[in-house]
Design a protein around this ligand. Structure first.
Ligand SMILES: Cc1ncc(C[n+]2csc(CCOP(=O)(O)OP(=O)(O)O)c2C)c(N)n1
Ligand SMILES: CC(=O)[C@@H](O)[C@H](O)COP(=O)(O)O
Ligand SMILES: [Mg+2]
Length: 641
């Protein structure tokens, strides 16, 4: 029974609770989070790690007057429970339910929409600057993880904050983990272990040296002992932030209410930029998540008693797994092959690669821009880098792709995972803009495999190609296409006619090919005979095949899981217009709005991108009666508790 949580009417109530009651509240919040995430899936370990921190923040600061700006926002479940969302919490991440991330439209306590990392310091600094222009007095607090701090964007924020000298509090939630163990010089610097090890070693060596000096050694030793405290201060992470103009407080034990509350209260009285360094444990309070925080970072439904993950849609292998395995094969055969991830080792399927080829694997931290330019450097010196990246996160590195890779025509492969609708993470994570933000870049070849066998061919083609090459594939399982044999390169820009038809032609790309084939089959029963073409490449398009079919049938339907603006359908329109060919054209894709969260199936149905939706759109367009099609576009009703 969540008695304290259930009776919490506002965050003001927190100020009346004793430390013992706060601890009970923390337990209740953890139970609630575990129960809900075990049913719905979600970001468990990060949220469990900041339960005490969230309670302490809401006790000391007065949200929504004071602003708490969460970075990434995947750790904000306790914040949601504390700010009036307990009753709806069971709808977390479901269609029509609570978002898995802070969202301004969801609550006045969510002051900045988020999902991508490392935005909190910049956003909070903007709010602080606006407050000062308005003459306001509210406190602005950014809460950023040690993983998110590895991004250049976070440092751009720190840099300006120190310069502007605004009243701003940055809480560094340091659990020494990104999704995987955190990487890089910064993470070693922050690490308590490193600073204390280094300190102890220096101390030992100095004592040794001085003890062996016959005359002045003893005097110098006592002097050195007196210098010990300042040396200790010099070696703590504080010196980094102080260098940026911040006051540094910490490290504070992030699971002790007495320490946390006192430190936050003290900091709330300071003026100017202050950083409070809080040490937490990812997964705190739930043994399976503490033992394996990477697995429980973002997890599907699981058994809360055992922590065992429930079986998903079985059967076929995931695109990610096929990608990871194929890249290992390529690396075995070609010593030039190297792989780069921006903190998404597991998510991009590079685990096996990193173990087999540690010297050819780079996790650069949450630094997509750097990942791409770093790849350009590797390619300049004869290597064949693959940047494995989620489509949505590559948005960060548009100019690096254009300026550092494509302008120099460098052989960098972009393996874009999570292309299309990703599901429960929602609008911040759907990879539905990459066709539009990449296809206009000169030199770039862009292939979109329709199944996992073609993904392997895309990878072989990328490796054989002497220039920038992108391929995108979706979240989840493949179609079960046979994978035997080594993958062979295919001719650049060559499409495939997959189905014959007389009345029109569907040009479908990527995951939409299977849906288009099913739709064409259903429409055949109404007497409409449609050909289906997979261009295989978004760029270059197979001019001959596409124009030939368009001229022959006079009716073109394009289908894509991308924004219609600037996407595949737009590319087809350009091709037709440039060739002076004018068939009737229907474009099916994502509308000019951000698509919400839900399961991939729900969202495809919602957007008319499943077979039933494609059938309906074509029926309307050609004036056929809308006979019920199998799985007829019914989208589940919004989740309720
Ligand atoms: C730009 C961007 N790249 C990658 C991610 C994927 N991602 C989400 S959380 C996360 C790790 C964040 O680590 P940290 O900030 O330390 O938070 P923790 O989970 O440890 O609490 C990553 C890499 C993202 N959300 N945004
Ligand atoms: C918060 C975040 O950005 C990641 O944790 C992301 O949610 C992972 O998505 P996948 O579950 O598709 O790997
Ligand atoms: Mg962390």
């Amino acid at each position: 029974m969540s008695e304290i949580l259930q009776n919490l009417t506002s965050t003001e109530d927190l100020r009346r609770l004793s430390l013992a009651e706060l601890r009970t509240l923390a337990d209740e919040i953890r139970d609630q989070i575990i129960q809900t995430v075990s049913a719905n899936g979600g970001h468990l370990a990060s949220s469990l790690g900041v339960v005490e921190l969230s309670i302490a923040l809401h006790r000391v600061f007065e949200s929504p007057r004071d602003k708490i700006v969460w970075d990434v926002g995947h750790q904000a479940y306790a914040h949601k429970l504390l700010t009036g969302r307990l009753a709806r919490f069971c709808t977390l991440r479901q269609f029509g339910g609570l978002s898995g991330f802070p969202k301004r439209e969801e609550s006045p306590h969510d002051c900045f929409d988020v999902g991508h990392s490392s935005t909190s310091i910049s956003a909070a600094l903007g709010m602080a600057a606006a407050r000062d222009v308005r003459g306001g007095r509210e406190k602005i607090v950014a809460v950023i993880g040690d993983g998110s701090l590895t991004s250049g964007l976070a440092f751009e924020g720190l840099n300006q904050a120190g310069h502007l000298d605004k009243d701003l509090i940055v809480v560094l939630n340091d659990n020494e983990m990104s999704i995987s163990p955190n990487v890089g010089a910064l993470s070693s610097f922050l690490s308590r272990k490193m600073t204390s090890d280094l300190f102890m070693r220096l101390k030992r060596e100095t004592e040794n040296l001085l003890n062996h000096m016959p005359r002045f050694g003893r005097d110098l030793l006592s002097l050195a002992k007196r210098a010990e405290d300042s040396l200790k201060g010099f070696l703590t992470p504080g010196m980094l932030f102080e260098g940026f103009g911040f006051d540094y407080v910490g490290p504070i034990d992030g699971h002790r209410f007495d320490e946390l509350i006192e430190a936050l209260q003290n900091v709330s009285k300071l003026q100017g930029p202050t950083l409070i360094h809080v040490a937490t444990r990812k997964g705190k309070g739930y043994a399976p998540a503490e033992e394996n925080p990477s697995l429980f970072h973002g997890i599907g439904p699981f058994d809360p008693e055992t922590g065992k993950v429930k079986a998903g849609k079985g059967g076929t292998r995931s695109y990610t797994a096929v990608f990871g395995e194929t890249l290992v094969e390529q690396a075995e055969q070609d010593p030039r092959v190297v792989a780069i991830t921006a903190a998404m080792l597991e998510g991009t399927g590079l685990g096996e690669f990193s173990r087999r080829f540690p010297e050819r694997f780079y996790d650069v931290g949450i630094a997509e821009q750097h990942a791409v330019t770093f790849a350009a450097g590797l390619a300049c010196h004869g290597l064949r880098p693959t940047v494995a990246v989620y489509s949505t996160f590559l948005q960060r590195a548009y100019d690096n792709v254009l300026h550092d890779v494509c302008l120099q025509n460098l052989p960098v492969a972009f393996a874009m995972d999570r292309g299309g609708l990703v599901g429960a993470d929602g609008p911040t994570h759907h990879g539905v803009f990459d066709y539009s933000y990449l296809r206009h870049i000169p030199n770039l070849v862009f292939m979109v495999p329709r199944d996992e066998a073609q993904l392997r061919r895309a990878m072989a083609t990328a490796l054989a190609f002497d220039g920038p090459f992108a391929y995108r594939y979706p979240r989840g399982n493949g179609t079960g296409a046979a994978l035997e044999g080594g993958a062979q390169p295919v001719p650049i820009g060559k499409g495939e006619l997959l189905r014959q038809g007389e009345d029109g032609v569907i040009f479908a790309i990527g995951v939409s090919v299977a849906e288009a084939l099913a739709a064409a089959q259903q429409l055949q029963t109404q007497g409409l005979s449609l050909a289906v073409v997979d261009p295989c490449f978004l760029k270059p398009l197979d001019r001959e095949l596409l124009l030939g079919e368009a001229i022959r049938t006079g009716l073109v339907i394009t289908v894509e899981e991308n924004a219609l603006q600037g996407g595949f359908g737009s590319a087809v329109l350009e091709l037709l217009a440039d060739a002076g060919v004018s068939p009737r054209v229907l474009r099916i894709g994502l509308p000019d709005r951000f698509v919400e969260q839900g399961s991939q199936d729900e969202l495809r149905a919602l957007c008319g991108l499943d077979a039933a939706g494609i059938v309906r759109s074509i029926q309307r367009f050609v004036g056929l009666p809308e006979a019920a099609a199998a799985g007829d576009g019914a989208v589940g009703s919004p989740a309720i508790c």
